[in-house]
Design a protein around this ligand. Structure first.
Ligand code: GAL
Length: 437
């Protein structure tokens, strides 16, 4: 395929010199053997298509997985530490687990991968979840004490931190839609959980900076493009704007102002000033996947529904629209804040690797054009290195640059993975993908 020798003309680097090229993962999705968090219990009670089980056995195979990342010319790796593994009972920390994480991080660095560590990626220890979880402010205190310990033990092996992965998704899926634990369906509770997660972010940010004043601490924020389903329908337009503000902006505004002010238009408001929240961000991590068309519907709880993507529109195996220009739009929308930007997730479920090569080219070329027009984007982490456990959908969706055979644990490079490696080596998508954006 495109692996023709890179000729000197490909030496034009369109991405900045120290750009981070990586893949993103999360503990519960890859490690295997996580039995002490709310997701494990959710799986056991039938909430997910599969049991996460051994997953990709990253817990034992991390070293060879880092080699696979290096084979694709990556220089960075995003992973999360599993809270329930490190702190299996409140206040009790498992030294041998911490030691394994230390080895994981040391190994990554020794192979030339900078480390980006997420402290909370969807899973919560069962002991906390069963006593109120994110609905209770106690979770903030608990998360802070977990972070204190991780920072102390592992901080010197970490290059970049993500406090919380997709607080908005945690709140939505767990407390409003009910497809993740705790499986509730109540917008007000979703708002409360979201607010507590934002507070927990601030607490963790302060905890890391107390020990490492120069630490680089961000969030991985799920951003989408929202548009009215019918361009001239005033209700669709209003709702698309309200939802966009709520989903994309309000966490960021809270960091700027120090005050949480969550609401969908005039509805479901939660407002709270939080000590330590103002200015609690060194970089913004963006997880970008797709665009949604919002359609007013009076009989829906939230007064809208999201259109399904019509046949003929580019989409992945899960029916998510492929919309690379959206990456430019979300990046442009946050330029004004002045934070350095990392794309902390971007990818497509695509078992047969039909759409992923073009997906990667188009998104990375879009990113190049953002950088050219002045956006301070410093890294890109593809979701994901290999296929893994995709939450309630189990092992069916295939997001990997490497295909997984879960029976043998064999990883096989997909053509799109090879392509990603070539782009990373060239430092230019345009050059490798062979056309300009
Ligand atoms: C994100 C999430 C990841 C992964 C990805 C693909 O929302 O952070 O854990 O599941 O979606 O769907």
């Amino acid at each position: 395929m495109i692996s023709t020798l890179l000729s000197p003309r490909y030496a034009i680097a369109d991405f900045p010199k120290n750009f981070l090229w990586g893949a993103a993962t999360a503990a519960h999705q890859v490690e295997g053997g996580n039995t002490q968090n709310d997701w494990y219990h959710w799986e056991n009670s039938g909430g997910a298509r599969d049991h996460s089980g051994l997953a990709c056995d990253f817990w034992h195979r991390y070293s060879s997985d880092f080699d696979l990342a290096r084979d694709l010319n990556m220089n960075a790796f995003r992973l999360s530490v599993e809270w329930s593994r490190i702190e299996p009972r409140p206040g009790e920390f498992d030294i041998s687990v911490i030691e394994t994480y230390r080895q994981i991080l040391i190994t990554a660095r020794s192979k030339g991968l900078q480390t980006m560590v997420t402290l909370h990626h969807f899973t919560t220890p069962e002991w906390l979840a069963s006593s109120g979880g994110w609905l209770s402010p106690a979770a903030i205190v608990r998360f802070k004490s977990f972070t204190d310990r991780v920072v102390l033990e592992l901080g010197s092996e970490v290059d970049y931190w993500n406090t919380i992965n997709e607080a908005n998704v945690v709140a939505l899926m767990g407390f409003v839609v009910g497809v993740s634990p705790p499986g509730l369906q109540d917008i007000k509770l979703g708002m409360r959980a979201y607010s507590n997660l934002i507070e927990a972010h601030a607490a963790a940010y302060r905890s890391i900076h107390a020990v490492f004043p120069n630490a680089r601490v961000g969030i991985a924020h799920h951003m989408r493009v929202f548009e009215p389903a019918r361009k001239n329908n005033i209700m669709d337009r209003t709702l698309a704007r309200w939802v966009g503000n709520f989903w994309n902006k309000q966490f960021l505004e809270a960091i700027v102002t120090g005050e949480i002010n969550l609401h969908i238009g005039p509805l479901f408001r939660v407002r709270k000033k939080v000590d330590g929240l103002k200015g609690s961000l060194d970089f913004l991590g963006i997880n970008y996947y797709s665009r949604d068309k919002i359609r007013f519907k009076a009989d829906e709880k939230v007064f809208f529904k999201i259109d399904t993507v019509p046949t003929g529109t580019p989409q992945n195996d899960l029916g998510w629209e492929i919309y690379p220009q959206g990456l430019v739009r979300v990046v442009n929308s946050v330029k004004k804040y002045g934070w350095p930007i990392y794309i902390t997730e971007n990818g497509a479920a695509d078992r047969d690797d039909v759409v992923r090569p073009k997906f990667i080219c188009d998104h990375l070329m879009a990113l190049e054009s953002s950088i050219e027009s002045g956006a301070d984007v410093r890294g890109y982490f593809h979701w994901s290195l290999s296929d893994n456990f995709e939450w309630s959908l189990g092992f069916a969706p295939r997001f990997g640059l490497y295909a997984m055979n879960y029976e043998t644990q064999e990883r096989t490079l997909r053509p799109s993975g090879q392509l990603y490696g070539e782009i990373a080596r060239a430092g230019s998508a345009r050059a490798v993908c062979g056309r300009s954006n």
